[in-house]
Design a protein around this ligand. Structure first.
Ligand SMILES: Cc1ncc(COP(=O)(O)O)c(C=O)c1O
Length: 481
């Protein structure tokens, strides 16, 4: 939190109170000291079995169905290791689908949380706020504007809500255009509109359809190969886009770009593919809306559009997950009229203090670029996966509709054992959980085992420890088959 003035308000005095600040430092130190007991994967504590099951039953009663994993944290962790309420410790290679990118028990996150507690306001909104919310927005804009024309940020509490704001901004700018273009296999969130854009039938089961969407295929190496090469695929996709535009002239408000597909399977497109589609949008006055809710921070640049060098095309952009507070960013041209965007909450104080700490860490940690730490982690993940496949070729048969058994970029990592069969991949995730590795699946067929690990707190050597556990898990699934 930044002070608004220098010691002239009571708020500033509290924030800069040396006693309070040293208490915060002491608390962080104490928590880190306790957390340092967590050093490796641990089995559940048998003494906690009953009470843990009781907690799970209560969760299921509240939710109306059981949790996918028996996953309830104890409130402690150390780096990439997280302790569960049953006393077990696991490698957290999923981080709540990418939320806890700075890992567990991170002193920077702990400090940001405690400092937030000095603020009497837990929640900030559009009518009642402290400056912390806008300081976070400024940070985002500062980094986003280096490679794009993005100029403003509207803050909100979920990725879906950031996307809802984005689509409204696009609709207003291009009114009365009412159609949306999207990629096949995209995912945008779970609001009524976003589940209609998302290319998943289960995600909109029973929801009345009110949003007009035209889908363009997303680039994958496998699809390009099938079509006779990258250029042929790109021509085909741009041709499809042009046909929609011809069929519905001036009726498309925006094209939603997920530059690296998340839920759709960690599919990484070629720059040329994205660029040609974006150019076609520009030529036809269709907004380029970039959903970086899953990609932000974890590719080879802070913003995926920078990795592709495509920032000049982006009109509207959304970030979320690891940023804690979510944001819709837009250029001056897309700044909507008053009244379009608001809401009770922009976020909690700690969303902003942790969001700021995260952005500062990302900007200064040597993480980005082809030789950055994230690229090195990705290379290690690929190397270990290939070594496992060489050792156990029967676990990694050829995958129909996929180019390789390992894919993704930076902190978006996927592998495809068991030919991408859904039941076996889901089972592999479940057994891996019991063996001490939290991961998840993605894709719509073939299915993949995916990881969104807390790379800033991982060492390259950790991968061997994670893979040792994973090998046991996949071996168990293979023998069940
Ligand atoms: C690309 C993308 N957009 C939007 C969302 C929705 O974010 P939230 O779950 O915070 O609403 C997600 C979540 O997985 C996502 O991956």
């Amino acid at each position: 939190m930044t002070q608004t003035t220098t010691g002239t308000t009571v708020g500033d005095q509290i924030l800069h109170d040396s006693k309070l600040n040293s208490m915060v430092d002491e608390m962080v130190e104490r928590i880190v000291e306790q957390s340092s007991q967590i050093t490796d994967v641990r089995e559940p504590n048998p003494e906690l079995k009953e009470s843990f099951q009781d907690l799970l039953d209560r969760c299921a009663a509240v939710k109306g169905r059981g949790l996918m994993y028996p996953s309830l944290g104890s409130g402690a962790g150390n780096g990439a290791l997280v302790e569960m309420a049953d006393g077990s410790v696991k490698w957290d290679m999923l981080t709540g689908i990418g939320v806890h990118f700075l890992g567990h028990g991170n002193p920077k996150v702990l400090k940001a949380q405690l400092i937030a507690g000095l603020n009497e306001t837990a929640k900030h909104g559009n009518l009642q706020t402290n400056f912390g919310a806008y300081e976070f927005g400024e940070r985002l804009i500062e980094h986003a504007s280096k490679g794009s024309n993005l100029k403003h940020a509207f803050l909100t509490t979920s990725g879906a809500m950031a996307n809802e704001s984005a689509i409204k901004v696009c609709y207003q700018k291009h009114a009365p255009a009412s159609r949306v273009l999207a990629f096949e296999h995209c995912f945008m969130g779970r609001s009524v509109t976003m589940c209609q854009l998302g290319d998943s039938a289960a995600g909109r089961q029973g929801v009345p359809l009110s949003t007009l969407v035209n889908y363009v295929p997303f680039y994958t190496e496998a699809a390009a190969e099938q079509m006779g090469g990258a250029n042929k695929f790109i021509d085909y996709a741009v041709g499809r886009l042009q046909r929609y535009i011809n069929r519905y002239p001036n009726q498309h408000a925006c094209f939603i770009f997920e530059l690296v597909q998340g839920e759709g399977g960690f599919n990484v497109a070629k720059r040329e593919f994205l660029k040609e589609l974006m150019e076609c949008c520009k030529a036809n006055e269709i907004a380029v809306w970039d959903d970086e809710i899953q990609t932000f921070g974890r590719t080879e640049e802070m913003f995926a559009y920078d990795m592709y060098g495509l920032g000049e095309y982006v009109d509207v952009l959304c970030v979320g997950k690891m940023t804690q507070a979510c944001a819709t960013m837009f250029t001056e041209e897309y700044n909507p009229q008053a009244g379009l965007l608001s809401g009770t909450f922009t976020g909690t104080t700690s969303d902003f203090t942790i969001g700021n700490a995260l952005i500062d860490e990302l900007a200064s940690g040597g993480y980005y670029g082809k030789d950055g730490k994230f690229a090195k982690h990705h290379a290690e993940f690929c190397k270990m996966t290939r070594a496992m496949a060489d050792k156990h070729p029967d676990w990694f048969p050829e995958v129909q509709g996929s180019h390789d058994i390992v894919c993704g970029v930076g902190g978006m990592m996927r592998m495809t054992p068991f030919g991408g069969d859904k039941a076996k991949i889901v089972r592999a995730c479940r057994v891996a959980y019991d063996e001490g590795v939290i991961c998840f699946y993605c894709g719509h067929g073939p299915f993949h085992l995916r990881m969104l690990p807390p790379l800033p707190v991982m060492k390259l050597e950790d991968w061997a420890r994670v893979f040792a556990r994973l090998e046991v898990a996949l071996g168990k699934v293979a023998s069940e088959v």
